[in-house]
Design a protein around this ligand. Structure first.
Ligand SMILES: Nc1nc2c(ncn2[C@@H]2O[C@H](COP(=O)(O)OP(=O)(O)OP(=O)(O)O)[C@@H](O)[C@H]2O)c(=O)[nH]1
Ligand SMILES: [Mg+2]
Length: 415
């Protein structure tokens, strides 16, 4: 696949942020730069200001904003990317004062999602999130729609839709949500059927670019697109995977996560993320070669908590260990397995660990069969392990370990 999602020459951009000490601004800028480049911009400078809190009218101080304006003029800057979610009025103020197009972290992520959505469901989800972001920004009569001639932050719903009134947009959101909920119902039916057939699900979740799809491909040759870019995968892909025990599970690849994921997106992608919530075992994949690895695992854990997965078995999968010099360099968190999805190292251990974490499919039971059911006893003897068998006055007593599904068919004879 060709990766040019912006056929204009890359927009020259400056990253702008306020350093309140709440998080490490440099690593946040690193990530923002990666996002900007994934979306097709060229980052030429970073501009930050230390202050207790952002300025209410212009985000960074007005003096610094004037400074930024002259940098933009001198350096042909076409785009300012703010490392936050700007309110509509802040965005307007800054654009007026600098005369440069202003976008924020949220629209940047939405834009990448819009470019990467493949399936009907992914597209629906992104469009809902974009419309919800646009809605409060359509404020006045003409807003700044005339600026939306192309470039980052303008892909997705076409201009005609954006020019329509809010009511029209709300109606559109409602109808998209209806379509989405139909798709969701269909997926729930599928999931239900799998559950009835006794197929367990294992979900691959984790920070964007951690190597989730590479792991999916290494285990199942699913042929999912992988790339050194953010948010390549938006749609969940499922494939059957055989474990060392002989059991088959359904392995699901999912959308990647990021710090401060725009809440409209979390909301829109909830149904996709619920795939993870419904899984029997969760693989939290991280890039062990990244300095931010522990933080990335934490972001994922937090989201899993929000989805109500706190009780589920989670395996921390420390990926890209081929890039890490020594084991000592790796953070050790709970149950963890070190792998390289690229070279295949550690995949055997990972499969064994998944087997261990799956709920049991066999259990022990005590049954009493009438003598007329010798055939059933023979069946249990063949497919299960009999621990005790007694010929009693009132029937044949057995204590047996067998598949739960088999035992269920004899539940009238449980003691
Ligand atoms: N060296 C090394 N690179 C890896 C490994 N696993 C994945 N990669 C690379 O990391 C990049 C991202 O891999 P993906 O599998 O696309 O990551 P992902 O988690 O699916 O990313 P998104 O779908 O964008 O969230 C690709 O360039 C992979 O080749 C690994 O074990 N070692
Ligand atoms: Mg992927």
């Amino acid at each position: 696949m060709d990766y040019i999602i912006n056929d204009l020459s890359p927009e020259r951009a400056v990253l702008v942020g306020v350093d309140t000490g709440e998080f490490d601004i440099e690593s946040s800028f690193d990530e923002l730069e990666e996002l900007a480049e994934t979306a097709g911009a060229k980052v030429v400078a970073r501009f930050s200001q230390k202050r207790a809190r952002p300025d209410t009218a212009t985000y960074i101080g007005q003096g610094r904003l004037a400074e930024l304006k002259s940098i933009c003029e001198a350096d042909d800057i076409e785009l300012l990317i703010f490392d936050c979610e700007l309110s509509p009025s802040l965005q307007r103020n800054i654009e007026t004062r600098t005369d440069v197009r202003v976008i924020d972290r949220t629209i940047l992520i939405l834009d990448i999602f819009a470019a990467h959505a493949m399936s009907g469901e992914g597209k629906l989800q992104v469009e809902i999130a974009q419309l919800k972001y646009m809605l409060p920004r359509l404020g006045g009569k003409g807003t700044s729609l005339s600026r939306l001639g192309g470039g980052i932050g303008t892909r997705g719903p076409g201009e005609t839709k954006l020019e329509s009134d809010r009511r029209h947009i709300r109606r559109r959101i409602k109808s998209l949500e209806g379509e989405l909920s139909n798709l969701k119902k269909r997926r729930e039916l599928l999931r239900e059927r799998r559950r009835k057939n006794g197929v367990f699900t294992v979900a691959i979740v984790g920070y964007t670019n951690a190597g989730k799809s590479t792991l999916m491909n290494a285990l199942t040759s699913a042929g999912v697109l992988t790339m050194d870019k953010l948010f390549v995968t938006l749609d969940p892909t499922s494939r059957s995977l055989a474990l060392p025990s002989g059991r088959n599970v359904m392995l699901v690849d999912t959308v990647g996560l990021i710090r401060r994921l725009p809440h409209h997106l979390v909301e829109a992608f909830l149904s996709t993320l619920e795939v993870a919530a419904a899984a029997d075992v969760i693989l939290n994949v991280c890039d062990a070669s990244s300095d931010e690895c522990v933080e990335h695992l934490r972001v994922t854990d937090e989201l899993l908590d929000r989805l109500g997965c706190a009780q589920k078995p989670v395996i921390s999968v420390l990926n890209k260990c081929d890039l890490v010099a020594g084991i000592a360099d790796l953070p050790v968190i709970g149950k963890s397995v070190m792998i390289s999805a690229l070279t295949g190292k550690g995949l055997d251990k990972l499969l064994l660990q998944i087997d261990k974490e799956l709920p049991p499919t066999r259990r022990q039971a005590e049954l009493l069969f009438p003598y007329s059911m010798l055939g059933s006893v023979a069946r249990l003897r063949r497919d299960g392990v009999i621990h005790t068998e007694e010929f009693r006055e009132d029937g044949i007593y057995v204590r047996v370990t067998a598949e739960i599904s088999l035992l269920d068919s004899f539940k009238h004879f449980f003691l």
